[in-house]
Design a protein around this ligand. Structure first.
Ligand SMILES: C[S@@+](CC[C@H](N)C(=O)[O-])C[C@H]1O[C@@H](n2cnc3c(N)ncnc32)[C@H](O)[C@@H]1O
Length: 217
């Protein structure tokens, strides 16, 4: 699966990578709110799984210059773009990028870090066939105090039917399948690990933000 998925992503993103950030800002909604919710303390290790062009990590590194940032993606084309953008940006904190499959990468081997206090996945579970396994792997990489955040397409419940149908057709052109069971699967995996879970529907259900953290008190 890894090689086929890597080849598919490289093929799709090679012609798009220069316009990716410009175009996606109009429809990958909720990413900035998710980054705002991370609020890592100084020294915190922050990992984005499926980091794409590095857009989110660069933004996060400006917001939280005393944290440490890591990004993994299966596409070497996207990672080339991410490294170039990070090198040319004013990001205050260095970002380490590495190639890996979200379902089974070895964080210790890639980054020299085995567990992370903050992990986020933005608009990627909807592109990964084995998305439940990718989610489970992300949970496994959390420190005991760690938080996992996922933002992705929601159920569109507050939006008109014609919009939902058109969006689904259009997303299929990009190998994107909104996960109807994202919220329930996230809740189940969080509960299985004894974590508290928060679900937020944004933009009338266009996007879902799922968050898991240790129970307090
Ligand atoms: C829609 S882009 C989102 C990029 C970024 N997270 C953002 O919010 O702009 C999805 C990304 O997931 C990556 N991806 C897809 N399948 C993957 C997998 N199995 N493992 C790691 N990355 C994967 C793609 O290469 C692509 O960069």
């Amino acid at each position: 699966m890894t090689e086929a998925q890597a080849a598919l992503m490289d093929r799709m993103y090679r012609p798009q990578r220069r316009i990716y950030d410009l175009t996606r800002k109009h429809y990958l909604l909720g990413r900035d709110e998710t980054i705002d919710a991370l609020s890592p303390t100084p020294g915190t290790h922050v990992l984005e799984i499926c980091c794409g062009t590095g857009r989110n990590l660069i933004r996060a590194s400006r917001l939280y210059p005393q944290a440490r940032f890591y990004g993994v993606d299966i596409s070497s084309v996207m990672l080339d773009e991410a490294r170039a953008k990070a090198a040319g940006s004013q990001s205050a904190a260095p970002i380490v990028f590495a190639e890996g499959d979200a379902t089974d990468f070895d964080a210790q081997a890639l980054f020299g870090v085995a567990r992370f206090e903050r992990i986020f996945i933005s608009y990627a579970l909807s592109m990964i066939p084995a998305w439940r396994a990718a989610l489970a792997h992300a949970f496994d990489l959390l420190t005991p105090e760690g938080e996992l955040h996922v933002v992705d397409f929601g159920d569109q419940a507050g939006l008109p039917l014609w919009f939902r149908v058109a969006l689904a057709k259009w997303l299929a052109c990009f190998h994107v399948t909104p996960r109807g069971e994202l919220a329930s699967e996230f809740a189940a995996q969080a509960q299985a690990r004894g974590l508290a879970h928060r679900h937020e529907a944004m933009y009338r259900g266009y996007a879902f933000h799922e968050a898991a953290a240790p129970r307090r008190g």
